[in-house]
Design a protein around this ligand. Sequence first.
Ligand code: FAD
Length: 325
Amino acid sequence: MPGILVYALHDDEGNFNKNSLGAVSEAAKLAGELGTEAAVAVVGDVPDDACRGLGAYGASKVWRAKSAPEGLAQPIVDVMAKLISDEGYSYALFGGGLLGFEIGAGLTARLGAGVTMEVTDVKVEDGKLVAERPVLQDSAIVDVGYVDEPAIIIGRLNAFDATERNGGSAEVADVDVELSEWSTKATMVTRGESRGEDVNIEDAELLVGGGRGLGEADNFKLAEELAAALGGAVAATRAVVDAGWYPYAAQIGQTGKTVAPRLYLAAGISGAIQHKVGMQNSENILAINKDPNAPIFEFCDLGVVGDLHKILPKLTEAVKAKKGS
Ligand SMILES: Cc1cc2nc3c(=O)[nH]c(=O)nc-3n(C[C@H](O)[C@H](O)[C@H](O)COP(=O)(O)OP(=O)(O)OC[C@H]3O[C@@H](n4cnc5c(N)ncnc54)[C@H](O)[C@@H]3O)c2cc1C
């Protein structure tokens, strides 16, 4: 039975990121339908407990390559290529993100495999995985099957939900991997993340997105105050990032990040397709825009037609009052 191998990225404290946990959950769900198991490859000296904890997302086995460096694509390609050839995994699944794309592409080349990128969903058909991939600026979805194994599936960032199940604990096994000569040419000097306001927008549960409707850079404080009251983070459109109003780390969309918070509050954002593709998976979308014909009203859950300069401060006050601060 074909097994699925997932790569899970972690920080220096051994915390796996949401995007990777989503990939583990997705693989576990698919493995259940295929009648097989989902395994995870982790690199670096990740504590046993953290590795076992991936069982809560459905992983049955965690392969830990302690001596391989985390964060560089080629050593991780070495680890995954060895596991696939030794253990016979039929699929490798990645949650996307820059590193996932790089490792997935490298693994594809190394194994001469088939690959699908920017995948938003995966299904089982006739005992095989079929990847769903949006095309033509997300106006259509194509099904991509594989003629051979192993097959590589690279999700769009945060496309897969990280679903915790009760009581799972994964078996942990250490694996020794001899790194290829070219994989040791680069070394990691330092690891860090570029974060807007010290918050990673990809992990935030509540996001206040600001667009050109804010009028000027200083007015981002309206979005920041509301985000602070809600306990969330601030995101931005490309128009305001290009204008230098807000850092690129906060940009959502085709050329920015993909997010899926519980609430995305879009303030002064028109809802261009290139922005929509980065936030359309949000659980609830609330839009404030003074133009009743703004495209964002076509796909938001709740739309408020009005001036954000009046509405945002009132909303912040109301949230603070509700929270009693
Ligand atoms: C190849 C390519 C890639 C791109 N990638 C991205 C991307 O990754 N992310 C992205 O966001 N964009 C991207 N874009 C740009 C995208 O097409 C839009 O131009 C951009 O998203 C618009 O940003 P905006 O909504 O802030 O501005 P606008 O489209 O100018 O919208 C501003 C909105 O604010 C409203 N408004 C104005 N004043 C107020 C007020 N006082 N109160 C309430 N509402 C008000 C207006 O009615 C309007 O709807 C890309 C474009 C291209 C061509």
